[in-house]
Design a protein around this ligand. Structure first.
Ligand SMILES: Cc1cc2nc3c(=O)[nH]c(=O)nc-3n(C[C@H](O)[C@H](O)[C@H](O)COP(=O)(O)OP(=O)(O)OC[C@H]3O[C@@H](n4cnc5c(N)ncnc54)[C@H](O)[C@@H]3O)c2cc1C
Length: 391
């Protein structure tokens, strides 16, 4: 730990927004999967870690909530797997075209379903237990770097100083703007909608239903609840006027979706929505800040692999920092070089394939082609390429 007092008093309480005057080893911005996992690993390795999250746990997120099994060995080894929360085991994958052609396969690796409400809260508690200083309901408004020191400005007027800053602030954040990131300046036409529902759907099946300019996933989470989440081009919403009419006019063209919506109980008062979802390439480093999870690059949701990538990138970076520090202290150049090599070799191809496969989705002809391809070895091979290997 590096305790160099840079301002006045210090009152440290792990969940309250107290003044932060000592210099930290690591400041992590954003407490999704990437931020929470890296905070736990780095703290367990003996570093002084502060994690800053703008919301308060537990909370819902727009996400399909299907996690590839590639993360299971790591989560179990680190005692992070949410066994007690009763995750659903998912083994089969069904794809339907805009007009209802369908094919089902057994997933090569499979996955599990758990709500982000439960999973993130579980990891938040483990972070507190490990001794991570978690600042909730706190927004980082700016990050500057002087020599080897990062200075984070918070929306409560306070500042945090750290040797290393990790950006795990997700797909789109105020920080993308304040850091002048290229990916932020271009608008994206995609919006997403999520519900939790009670319905009659096979427990071990994840389905992706195509509709015009979009696709909708359904799979089980904990309890008797299912996640229903879709990605749509904003032109659908613009022409329909509102979400309910868009669902009626566009999604229900796929007979499977019409049936599903009509025969389900919707558990939220209103849908959770986000917009401006971009799959463009992002920079891994910005002004010395190292990006993980969606801040480093977002895979198209149809791959069901973004959470696994967030978890894996957090592990990769934490391992590199821990190892590097024991040999050289915080050598920023070394850490960046090693992380960039690992990240690119594991994720670049996956992101590219995800973007290519998504082009088949949402069109009448192309979605039928995708269903047809799923019946072939090539289709199964592509599904495999969008996923990683167990780690
Ligand atoms: C429609 C849709 C469906 C998806 N379905 C799946 C799926 O089924 N399976 C799968 O594996 N992946 C899926 N994904 C992708 C997955 O949700 C992401 O890849 C994953 O959540 C990334 O985790 P993260 O930790 O990088 O970011 P996030 O989970 O987004 O966390 C980022 C955090 O940073 C916080 N934050 C942002 N800015 C600031 C700031 N300035 N100060 C403080 N805090 C800040 C946010 O509040 C947030 O909590 C889906 C994505 C979408 C859009």
């Amino acid at each position: 730990m590096s305790f160099q007092a840079i301002t006045s008093i210090t009152i440290n309480n792990s969940t309250s927004n107290s003044i932060l005057s000592e210099k930290r080893d690591i400041a992590i911005v954003g407490g999704g999967l990437a931020g929470l996992i890296s905070s736990i690993l780095l703290k367990r390795a003996g570093l002084d870690v502060v994690l800053i999250e703008k919301k308060q746990y537990p909370f819902h997120r727009v996400c399909g909530e299907y996690i590839s099994n590639e993360v299971v060995p790591f989560l179990k080894r680190e005692q992070l797997f949410p066994n007690d929360l009763g995750p659903a085991s998912i083994k089969n994958f069904q794809l339907t075209s805009t007009h209802g052609n369908s094919h089902t396969i057994t997933l090569p690796l499979g996955g599990f379903g758990i709500s982000r409400y439960a999973l993130d809260n579980h990891l938040f508690k483990l972070a507190l237990h490990a001794g991570v200083d978690v600042l909730q309901k706190t927004v980082v408004t700016d990050i500057s770097k002087e020599s080897t020191n990062f200075l984070l400005t918070l929306d409560n007027g306070k500042q945090v100083s750290a040797d290393l800053a990790i950006g795990s602030f997700g797909k789109r954040s105020n920080l993308d703007k304040s850091l002048n990131r290229n990916s932020f300046s271009k608008r994206s036409p995609y919006l997403a909608v999520k519900y939790h529902i009670k319905t009659d759907h096979p427990h071990e099946l994840i389905t992706l239903h195509n509709f015009k300019n979009g696709y909708c996933g359904i799979s089980k989470v904990e309890g008797n609840t299912f996640n229903l989440c879709y990605l749509s081009h904003r032109s659908n919403l613009k022409s329909a006027g509102n979400i309910s009419d868009m669902e009626n006019e566009v999604l229900f063209q796929n007979p499977f979706l019409k049936e599903l919506f009509k025969n389900s109980d919707f558990l939220f008062d209103k849908p959770l929505t986000i917009n401006e979802i971009s799959f463009r390439t992002k920079s891994l480093f910005e002004n010395g800040i190292i990006m993980i999870g969606d801040s480093a690059g977002m895979i198209t949701p149809l791959c069901g692999n973004g959470m696994a990538m967030a978890i894996h990138s957090a592990k990769m970076l934490s391992d590199i920092i821990t190892h590097n520090r024991s040999q050289y202290g915080f050598d920023h150049d070394q850490i960046r070089k090693k992380f960039e090599n690992s990240w690119r070799s594991r994720f670049s191809q996956r992101l590219m394939i995800g973007r290519s496969v998504q082009k088949l989705f949402g069109g009448t002809f192309t979605s039928s082609l995708a269903v047809h391809m799923l019946k072939t070895d090539l289709g199964k091979y592509l599904v495999g390429l969008t996923h990683g290997k167990p780690f």
